[in-house]
Ligand binder design. Sequence first.
Ligand code: SF4
Length: 793
Amino acid sequence: MAISRRNFIKLSVAASAAAAAGISFPERAEAAAGAEVDKWVKGACRFCGTGCGVYVGVKDGKAVAIKGNPDAKTNFGFLCVKGFLAYKCMYHPDRLKYPMIRQSDGNFKRASWDDALDHVAAKFKELRYKYGKDAVAYYGSGQCTTEESYTFNKLWKGGFQSNMVEGNPRLCMASAVGGYISTFGSDEPIGSYSDIEKSKCLFIVGSNMSECHPIIFRRVMRHKMKNPDVKVIVCEPRRTNTAKIADLWLPVDPGTDLAVFHSMAHVIIKKGIHDPEFIKNYARITAGKENFDFDKYKELVDQFDPKTAEKLSRCPAEDIEKAAEWFATSGASMSLWTMGLNQRMRGVWANNLVHNLHIITGNLCRSGADSFSLTGQPNACGGVRETGSLAHLLPGTRPVASEAVRTEVEEAWGIPKGTINPKPGFHTMKMFDNLGGEDDSSKPIKAMLTSTTNPAQSLPNLDKYIPGMRDSFLVVLDMFPTRTTQLADVILPAAFLYEKGGVYGCSERRSQLTEKAVEPVGEAKPDVWIAAQIAKRMGLSELIPWNMDDSMAANKMAWTDYITVTKDTEHTLWGAQFDILKKSKEGLQWPCPYPGHPGTERRYVRGLDPVFEMPGHKEHIPSDASIYFYADKKGDGKSNIWLRPYKGPGEVPDQQYPFYLTTGRVIEQWHTGTMTMRIPEIARAHPNAYIELHPEDASKLGISSGDMVEVESRRGKNTLPARITKGTLPGVLFVPWHDQVMERMINFVCNDVVDPGSKEPEFKIAAVKIKRVSGPKDVADKFYISDVNSTYA
Ligand code: SF4
């Protein structure tokens, strides 16, 4: 079944219309798959943080179809094209089928699992002995299962006594985490997706959800179609398909929306449409250590009258006024955002300022009123954030620097007090910056194990980090050859989600269990097994005893270990025991403190949030408090309205680099295209990257549609075909980042400056120059790395 991009979009539109008419999309998916199956196996979608429930169709021991799970509360049976075609990449001939070790001639040679694992364990032991405990790092992914992230995290922090543990959610969600923790004291959203259908005003900011979270977008569209009075406001530099359904598009230059948020607050307070009662009862004004009165906040936002904000952002003043009024007076406003807010040098501040708007208008903790961050990856929340698989955390998103937390975790893990290193490890960019060969004394990290991610394509300012990956001892777990396997010393073939099973936790705090549906291709193995086998070879079997071949049995042990360690925290999933999740068609939302608990749709509200009744927590919550932000460190249950000054992005256009560049995903492709480029329909629909520019800029530079354009920043350059569109602002360029062809890998151009709080890099904003280099060229060359012995060039 060939699908062109045009047909793809038509399909999306048809599906939306079908949704509005109450027609179920899964029947279409089943029909499209045209498969009679032996059984349908329950699971979650492998792509994106929406967490759509699926059934995998199995025939003769192979996955042959996917349909939506109509009982899933995330998607009600609907799927996007990536979701229902996911199984097609599983049997691509490029699948890595057996372990491989790089030889002295530079080529890989097939190895047995025993030989490969012995080699990895021996090298890790040797490097840790020679260079110290932190010489070996782990870099995981928001696409690993919770059991996988937890197992590697436990192995490193409890076994290797090293906090050199990071995951790619640092590159996408760390600013959202920082925003939630600094405003409310605890990570992850208060409400749920179900707030969308109850909201009267949807404020979508820094998110092209029509392409990146299409099933959430379907819920937004359907709600709007059924309730035309519901206002949709979209704030972002491109007039995306998301912005096209909006009642109001707030166009902004990249990184300048802080001025718009402050200005909305200014308008709201000036018009007296804020909520003084909510502010008085549930918030404090803070700049960190010091608290202030409301006048101080008013003084700050008064500097951002709409005309001033327009000058800073390019967003029309009258539109800021209108947006502020709609937001404050709708009765129930919900914000939704993704990477446009997070992948910034001021990502945490941008998150804080959106939360500020909710607090000052009382749009929190009730139906349809929520400040909701959409996660990019399927298990960034459940797998990395909640299991604490980052350099500064322990399970339950608790700080490793806290002695009380370390003691609690050490006791639960049965390891001696003082085993866990109190010093946080390096954040992702610092970790890669400190990775190098044994002959480089300036680089303390000598080895890295990466799983389910492709940093040699996905890090910003790539040129700076490639030598470290090339020179160190690099072990890569993946399904396919990638830009990162090109730099590896050992490649370990990884099983696909439906070949191993496991738990994913999506954006709305919901954990869903995927059953193993089929056997892995070739000799591919689950990550949990690989981690446990490395542990065994390093004398750590007692710590990670789940080293059996039966992946669901190993998953059950790892999951049970994890929910035991986090049992008494506000993140508790104790009620989501493995066998309960197995039976559940919709998963469970934490806090879920005991078996039989239905899960929590809304936090911080008495009667809805079970933490109010949990021992260890209830003693600190006043009995008359109906709303209480119990995780806030100051102990009075209040949220924080942050006084954040306006700061622009790390780079702004100047004479030499006069354009803003922003980057992102497209509906068909997932991240670096490792899997989606191997789904023929998807690869045909959206093969290569391109550069979008406004007709005014194209005309000034003599660029026509399809011409080859060189885009260059202070760090690197790409050459891409031009797409001329009024969908972007003059002076703003856009390039998607899935393309594996070296001259179109836009992360060579992106900026690696990080947010000082979250350490998340500023992928979304770089100053660049462009020029036409030739007329149209056929770019239909090879789109993915298929030869493990090919070089990174
Ligand atoms: S919206 Fe996301 S989770 Fe749902 S089917 Fe599409 S890619 Fe999968």
